[in-house]
Design a protein around this ligand. Structure first.
Ligand SMILES: [Zn+2]
Length: 276
């Protein structure tokens, strides 16, 4: 009888281990691992998470996040290690997307090459934006789902790209919404204002909001800001006004989402369902 009890006990132990190995990682995402997707995961808070060998932050409630770039072709390996040394590996294969490509011929040269002075300003603007996007804060707002910042019609999508005279231009990374100057822009999720510059060369009034773990929203071409750097904002709070500042053809809101310097698709981010 003692032997049988011991056998049963060890069986329970073995199956218990198997079960805990399965639940070490509970990574869920938008729908599938599309190029441009923000991928939110949840695990036991004491576990360590590595992405391609590099540690990524796990929150006190076990949330972590990563993202795939527009053209990501390589598989990513997610490794979750429990304090007991249990290891779970998941291979994340990016799903290829088709983007809207336009070819335009016969464009004047001066439009294609901004002058030296402008280039210096653009360089300074980009430095500020890049610095804001390296912040790896403990906020976990990214795990709570996002709302659209305005209700306008979508006039531009993520990933689209133009070729002028056969030369590829920078792809479009935002989601453009039609709007009028002064229309309220809401925070798509809770966060902290990381940057506001009223007059960047290309993007005009530019605001960056931190949602935690490297996830940020950027708003371009704003006409006004109602919050300042360091302010806490909550999902749905009006933070800025639509405008046509910088190099914009007319008033609209261009909303970007980043995971650090990886540019993600806001349309996919809007579909994210918070994990249980
Ligand atoms: Zn845009």
């Amino acid at each position: 009888m003692a032997r049988l009890t011991a056998l049963l006990f060890s069986l329970v132990l073995v199956s218990g281990l198997t079960i805990s190995q399965v639940v070490v990682a509970k990574t869920q995402l938008t729908e599938q691992f599309f190029q441009g997707a923000l991928i939110v995961g949840k695990t036991a808070p004491e576990n360590k998470v590595h992405l391609n060998g590099k540690a990524i932050k796990v929150s006190a409630s076990g949330d972590y996040v990563l993202g795939f770039s527009r053209d990501e072709k390589n598989n990513s390996v997610l490794t979750i290690v429990s304090p007991k040394g249990e290891v779970e590996k998941r291979t994340l294969k990016p799903l290829k997307r088709e983007y809207n490509i336009q070819r335009i011929e016969g464009i004047a040269k001066k439009i294609m090459n901004p002058n030296k002075k402008a280039n210096i300003r653009v360089g300074e603007d980009n430095k500020k934006i890049k610095a804001a996007r390296t912040i790896d804060s403990d906020l976990t707002a990214f795990a709570q789902g996002f709302i659209a910042p305005i209700e306008g019609t979508i006039t531009g999508v993520y990933g689209s790209q133009r070729f002028y005279n056969g030369v590829p231009k920078w792809p479009h990374y935002g989601l453009d919404y039609a709007g009028n100057t002064g229309d309220p822009v809401k925070a798509p999720a809770d966060g902290v204002v990381l940057m506001f510059v009223p007059d960047m060369f290309y993007s005009g009034g530019t605001m960056i909001i931190d949602h935690g773990h490297g996830v940020s929203s950027t708003f371009l071409h704003l006409s006004d800001a109602y919050v300042k750097v360091g302010d806490k904002v909550s999902k749905g709070q009006v933070v800025a006004a639509v405008g046509a500042s910088g190099r914009a053809t007319g008033p609209h809101l261009d909303w970007r989402i980043n995971w650090f310097n990886v540019r993600l698709d806001p349309a996919l981010v809007l579909k994210l369902k918070p994990l249980e």
